[in-house]
Design a protein around this ligand. Structure first.
Ligand code: TYM
Length: 332
């Protein structure tokens, strides 16, 4: 496989959930063995929700710990805080000059935010896709491991990159692609019958990597179900299909097959299925819980990792910004 430049990030707005893991983080860990990787904590992006100064660093640190707990290795990848790389902001400014109001207003995630938080529709939300494009293009990345919900942002990144190249008749930026190993981009469903596992989708919807076993069991037992199939081989209603999707990511094929058969023969008892799913989730998350606790305790090691990541990210970003400034016509 060709060695690519890879870049991606996650917003520090709480603990990481299984959606973040299966949509993004799992790929980060795998890609670091094969490619040149830049993984950051998106702590500029989190400002759209106005965290307090006290929360800003501790939230970012928490995500860094969870990156490491999942297996990101600072020897293999460049791991850094987005706010340690102000070159990103310079590129954001340049990209914003060629991003148009109409196209930014049509972005699905922006329209969702307008609906969810009508009293805080700030310009940062509107230009979220240009900041994201800057994150990626600052390293000239070609592959971006993300979940399905980020597909449109990647499309916009390509639009901005292409527009910049053609405006300055240059080939500064490659056109990056969203990436998931060998498959379609992933969308992990939530536990409350909603389509997506997410932090803002309501209480009990997400399983977090550091949830205690008792919390996991409680959340799964509360997941929405119905009264069960009445005829063999019926299509599954959304909330049941969601449970099977979750089972497919943490349980063995044999377990999934067993419950599929029970469903198709109308013998399924959702209580049993949920118990099994809960135990498989507890087993799956166990190593994360342990490593998160260990890594959190070592502030000095975390600082060293951040400093090193900052330095390496800076080298790559500086090269791009120098080239961009030259192409735009600024004095060198
Ligand atoms: P964020 O912080 O909302 O989510 C981080 C990553 O997790 C994925 N994800 C999911 N994947 C599958 N199923 C789900 N239920 C699910 N929920 C979340 C997201 O697709 C994402 O990959 N804009 C980004 C952060 C970002 C970024 C970037 C990503 C900023 N700059 C540059 C890549 C490149 C975001 O808000 O992700």
């Amino acid at each position: 496989m060709k060695r690519e430049i890879v870049c991606s990030g996650i917003r520090p707005t709480g603990n990481l959930h299984l959606g973040n893991y299966f949509g993004a983080l799992r790929n980060f860990v795998k890609m670091q063995d094969e490619h040149d990787c830049y993984f950051f904590v998106a702590d500029y992006h989190s400002l759209t929700t106005h965290p307090t100064p006290g929360d800003l660093y501790s939230n970012a640190r928490q995500i860094l710990v969870q990156y490491l707990a999942a297996g990101l290795d600072p020897e293999k990848s460049t791991i850094y805080l987005q706010s340690d790389l102000p070159e990103t902001i310079e590129l954001y400014l340049f990209l914003n000059m060629n991003a148009y109001l109409g196209e930014l207003e049509r972005v699905t995630s922006f329209k969702d935010k307008v609906r969810q938080q009508p009293n805080n529709v700030n310009a940062g939300l509107l230009t979220y896709p240009t900041l994201m494009a800057a994150d990626i293009l600052i390293h000239k990345a070609t592959r971006v491991p993300v979940g399905k919900d980020q597909e449109q942002h990647l499309e916009m990144t390509r639009t901005f990159a292409q527009r910049f190249n053609s405006m300055y008749q240059s080939e500064v930026f490659p056109l990056p692609q969203a990436f998931n190993y060998g498959h379609e981009l992933v969308k992990i469903p939530g536990l409350n019958g909603s389509g997506k596992m997410g932090k803002s989708e309501g209480e009990g919807n997400a399983i977090f990597l550091n949830d205690e076993p008792s919390v996991i069991r409680k959340k799964i037992m509360k997941a929405k179900t119905d009264s069960g199939p009445t005829e063999p081989n019926q299509p599954k209603p959304v909330e049941i299909d969601n449970l099977f999707t979750l089972m497919r990511v943490v349980s063995t094929d044999e377990t999934v097959r067993h419950f599929e058969e029970l469903y198709n023969s109308c013998q399924i008892r959702y209580g049993d299925m949920k118990k099994q799913l809960a135990e498989d989730m507890v087993a799956f998350t166990e190593p994360f819980r342990q490593r998160i606790a260990e890594l959190s305790a070592d502030e000095e090691a975390l600082r060293r990792i951040m400093d090193r990541g900052k330095e390496r990210a800076h080298e790559s970003a500086r090269r791009t910004i120098d080239e961009v400034r030259h192409v735009i016509g600024y004095r060198n």
